[in-house]
Design a protein around this ligand. Structure first.
Ligand SMILES: [Zn+2]
Ligand SMILES: [Zn+2]
Length: 137
């Protein structure tokens, strides 16, 4: 069980099940959406995710993806793609305990900024993680 929410605590959520696809994404859309060099994500089944409080706003962030954020404070919360409608990505750093879901790799590093050097030794993929196909953007 994982709980989290936005900075102002208007929006709260809960995710069940085992997180998958834990990654740090370096794509340009994540950069713009967060105002940060990269975003950490994990994935759960849509059926294992629920909003507990507040009402997030969503916007279409690409041809296939929608992102949800807090309409009051702007915290980025989730990503959903019609390419994999049964899954939802959650921003790791909106968790109450982000240490519990550490990233296992870096994805979309073709767009990584030259000064964004983590040195954490995790595997890197220039695009999406090969085994899981494309779903972040
Ligand atoms: Zn908020
Ligand atoms: Zn991304």
């Amino acid at each position: 069980m994982y709980e989290g929410g936005c900075l102002c605590r208007f929006v709260r959520y809960r995710a069940r099940g085992r997180p998958r696809h834990e990654t740090v994404c370096h794509c340009t859309i994540c950069r713009r959406a967060s105002g940060a060099p990269s975003m950490a994500w994990f994935t759960v089944a849509v059926s294992d995710f629920e909003w507990l409080a507040g009402e997030p706003r969503t916007f279409q962030s690409s041809g296939h993806g929608r992102r949800a954020f807090c309409p009051r404070c702007g915290t980025a919360l989730t990503f959903w793609s019609k390419r994999e409608p049964g899954l939802i990505d959650v921003t790791t750093c909106s968790l109450d305990e982000p240490e519990c879901v550490p990233p296992r790799d870096h994805t979309q590093t073709a767009g990584r900024l030259s000064w964004d050097k983590s040195g954490d030794g995790l595997p890197t993929f220039r695009g999406p993680r090969p085994a899981t196909g494309d779903h972040r953007a």
